[in-house]
Ligand binder design. Structure first.
Ligand SMILES: Cc1cc2nc3c(=O)[nH]c(=O)nc-3n(C[C@H](O)[C@H](O)[C@H](O)COP(=O)(O)OP(=O)(O)OC[C@H]3O[C@@H](n4cnc5c(N)ncnc54)[C@H](O)[C@@H]3O)c2cc1C
Length: 417
């Protein structure tokens, strides 16, 4: 990744913390009171940065190194911001303690307080509710997303607390900034106001629970490359009713008219419904995002695909972009799930330097130590992994234990909560 892109998010986070702390830095206060105020503003800055990092805009994502990276930082800044904001009343209580212990208790006890402080406690509760979902990866995605939204409410309520305390300028700026980002996310991304209209041209079954869908633009299409991913929502067709939610899918092929294909596996409610898609269904598309296989160094490569994680590799092969010795290990549960295998075998027979190993691994976690190449075969290789996060973590672990440096392991996780 370009060094500027690598630095972009740390710089943004540094500014989000530094500017409010510099603006609000208290001169003539006791040590603990000053610490309390600095913690409050540093936490607020991190929470604002966390909101910015949940926006899914093509240009922003490109500057900041991709949506997956933004999502990772979105979680860390949200969590760190919450912890600092949680420490903020404790530091203020420590300041009161130096005057008298009852005063410290009075400051923490909700019973002895007024509206500004109650609103502050309410903000902490909303933030706690929103953040707890970060650790609840088993919750159903729609419910998870709804609960995670409490975080945004928590940030807004927190700034209302600042406003009620009489810090007008800082609070008004922060409320406006938070509102702008929340409304932006809701309108542009979730409601799809920035999305382009497409129509389903054809649908082809490629495995038991997987279809490949061809989408044609109704206006000028997006300048995308095969292997990037887009957010797609399906709406109405002659007999089909789509769920209308935006979900990420990888472009498995694209032509010069910007008509493109996506492979969709039935993994949940919405993707199950998509198995019945038919030509003529209206769709809207946002993107493109990501550069997983677009910028690869001139080195031999190992590709590992888990199930539907085959799509970016297939895109690359269909584009005839294999320039270095490449070995693809394609893992799927059963023969009925082996989407695109015939096509991949044909590609392996016609592409020099490309070899394919396709394996049905059953429902249990496969014996990766036996399946993956040995340390001597991996020397100097760049490794690209795509599929469900659990499989990628396990494969990454084995590769590292065989001496592949972390910097040479690149992942596209088919999940970014
Ligand atoms: C970068 C990327 C590329 C992907 N490419 C493909 C592809 O080419 N083909 C394919 O079949 N699948 C792909 N996926 C996975 C696909 O997005 C999910 O299977 C789909 O969103 C599931 O939605 P659902 O409502 O059917 O299931 P749900 O039960 O709602 O979700 C199943 C799981 O999918 C994930 N998920 C759901 N909605 C979203 C969302 N809006 N954003 C991110 N993750 C979500 C969640 O982790 C959830 O636990 C990709 C995912 C990512 C992140």
């Amino acid at each position: 990744m370009h060094p500027w892109r690598l630095l972009s998010i740390p710089l943004l986070v540094g500014l989000s913390v530094g500017l409010p702390v510099f603006w609000a830095y208290p001169d003539d206060l006791s040590f603990w009171r000053a610490v309390g105020i600095v913690l409050g503003w540093a936490g607020s800055g991190l929470l604002l940065a966390s909101l910015l990092l949940m926006l899914r805009e093509v240009r922003l994502a490109s500057w900041l190194g991709g949506i997956e990276r933004m999502t990772g930082w979105h979680h860390w800044t949200g969590l760190a911001g919450y912890l600092l904001v949680l420490l903020h009343p404790l530091a203020l209580a420590a300041a009161a303690w130096t005057e008298s212990p009852p005063l410290a208790w009075q400051l923490l006890s909700p019973v002895a307080q007024n509206w500004p402080v109650w609103v502050g406690w309410a903000a902490l509760l909303f933030l706690m509710g929103g953040l707890s979902t970060t650790f609840a990866s088993r919750l159903r995605y729609p419910l998870w997303r709804w609960l995670h939204g409490l975080l945004g409410i928590g940030v807004l309520v927190g700034f209302v607390h600042v406003l009620l305390l009489g810090i007008d300028a800082g609070a008004v700026f922060a409320i406006l900034a938070a509102l702008l980002m929340l409304v932006w996310r809701l309108i542009r991304v979730d409601a799809g106001v920035g999305a382009k209209p497409y129509v389903v041209r054809s649908v082809r079954r490629v495995a038991e629970a997987m279809v490949e869908i061809t989408l044609a633009p109704l206006v000028r299409g997006m300048p995308a490359e095969a292997g990037q991913f887009v957010l797609v929502a399906f709406f109405r067709g002659p007999r089909f009713r789509g769920c209308g939610e935006y979900h990420p899918f990888t472009i498995s092929a694209i032509d010069e008219d910007q008509q493109f294909r996506i492979g969709v596996k039935a993994l949940g409610d919405c993707t199950r419904r998509m198995q019945a898609l038919e030509p003529g269904v209206e769709a809207r598309v946002q993107g493109p995002f990501g550069n997983f296989l677009l910028e690869r160094p001139a080195k031999p490569q190992l590709w590992v695909a888990g199930g539907i994680g085959i799509t970016p590799f297939l895109a690359c092969l269909r584009n005839a972009r294999v320039e270095h010795a490449t070995r693809l290990l394609y893992l799927y549960r059963s023969e009925a799930d082996a989407a695109f295998r015939d096509e991949l075998e044909t590609l392996a027979a016609t592409h020099t330097g490309f070899s394919l190993e396709a394996r049905a691994t059953g429902d249990a976690i496969p014996d990766l130590a036996a399946i993956l190449p040995g340390a001597d075969e991996l020397t100097g290789h760049e490794c690209y992994l795509c599929g469900p996060p659990g499989l990628l973590d396990a494969v990454g672990h084995v590769l590292q234990s065989r001496g592949v440096p972390a910097a040479q392991i690149h992942c596209e996780r088919f999940d970014f909560r």
